[in-house]
Ligand binder design. Structure first.
Ligand code: NAP
Length: 309
């Protein structure tokens, strides 16, 4: 265990974490961040971000995260690219275990975000990370001149499908109902693309594979249970995300889906433990809203620490 008790430890490194780090560093709190082995969060898996104010021509997700990190580090945020294994919030200073070492902090900001959900249907496990992926930016280039499908009807599905047209010969979006959650602009960009087909009222019943890997899927019409086969050599699942709160082992109050609940402003059920970004937010889930909440959390920490003395 390090001798020091840190003023604030930030767990997670998406827009919420880096913004919290920036504000906490500028407030002279000497923040320490555990960014995770895969620092940067979901923006690292995003191609172009066109809706973050200040970038009139858009910016690549990874590039934006590098900028955010550099900006926070310039003011003194210390970042370690390590995963937090467990926490003990039962007494102060709080305990945080990282690669077997224990760290202590007066306050904590949890910004661990969310991760992609899988369908969990037959045949999926064997093809995970091979023919079936949750990240077109990461794996799209493996499917050059091949037919792929994208499952989902939200902005992620539209974005993944549009991105995949760079490589694939044909992209079929499979969505389980008629209406789309996707924003109009992103839906239309996908719907009007000559390489993209949209199939509604269908869900994946099971994946099919042969000696070359994924070969297709049995899709079912939920209205009458009728089935048909669709061929594809790649599939991308874009059906939403779940919060990354498993390592907390129930130490702070969460809702039934595992999203952390705020009590007062950005504070959790444990005084001194704060949370920001997608780990609490299942409504907006935008880079800009996460960054805004990270700012709020750092300001709440500053005020809370002041009140303790
Ligand atoms: P989402 O909006 O929650 O959409 C998830 C989609 O998956 C829905 O169409 C849902 O169908 C479908 N779905 C869920 N479970 C399913 C299942 N078991 N089987 C089949 N389909 C299933 O999630 P998202 O698209 O990841 O977007 C999340 C947030 O990020 C949104 O706020 C979005 O605006 C934002 N986002 C923004 C951008 C951007 O602006 N560049 C890009 C990506 C995401 P139902 O509609 O029937 O429930």
């Amino acid at each position: 265990m390090g001798d020091d008790v840190h003023n604030v430890i930030i767990i997670g490194s998406g827009p919420a974490g880096y913004t919290a780090g920036l504000y906490a560093a500028r407030a002279m709190l000497d923040p320490l961040m555990f960014a995770g082995y895969m620092s940067g969060g979901q923006l690292m898996l995003t191609s172009d971000v066109e809706n973050f104010p200040g970038y009139p021509s858009g910016i690549g997700g990874p590039e934006m995260m590098i900028h955010m990190r550099e900006q926070a580090e310039r003011f003194g945020l210390e970042v370690q690219d390590k995963n937090v294994e467990r926490v003990d919030f039962s007494e102060r200073p709080f305990g945080i275990w990282v690669e077997g070492d224990e760290y202590r902090a007066e306050s904590v900001i949890i910004c661990t975000g969310a991760e992609a959900i899988w369908l969990g249907v037959e045949g999926e496990e064997a093809q995970k990370g091979r023919g079936i992926s949750t990240c077109a930016t990461c794996d799209g280039a493996f499917f050059r001149d091949q037919e792929v499908i994208v499952v989902g009807g939200g902005d992620s599905a539209m974005e993944e499908a549009t991105f995949l047209t760079r490589f694939a010969s044909k992209v079929t979006i499979i969505h389980r109902r008629e209406g789309f959650r996707a924003s109009k602009v992103m839906y239309e960009r996908a719907a009007n693309h000559p390489k993209i087909d949209i199939v509604t009222h269908r869900q994946i019943k099971r994946w099919l594979s042969d000696e070359n890997g994924l070969s297709g899927a049995i899709i079912e019409d939920p209205r009458d249970g009728s089935e048909q086969e669709i061929a594809c050599s790649g599939a991308f699942i874009a059906i939403g995300h779940k919060p990354m709160t498993g390592f907390l082992d129930g130490e702070v109050a969460m809702d039934e889906s595992g999203y952390i609940l705020h009590t007062e402003h950005t504070m959790t059920s444990i005084p001194g433990v704060f949370a920001a970004g997608d780990v609490v937010d299942k409504r907006y889930r935008q880079a800009i809203t996460a960054a805004g909440m990270g700012c709020q959390a750092a300001m709440d920490v500053e005020k809370w620490l002041e009140d303790q003395h």
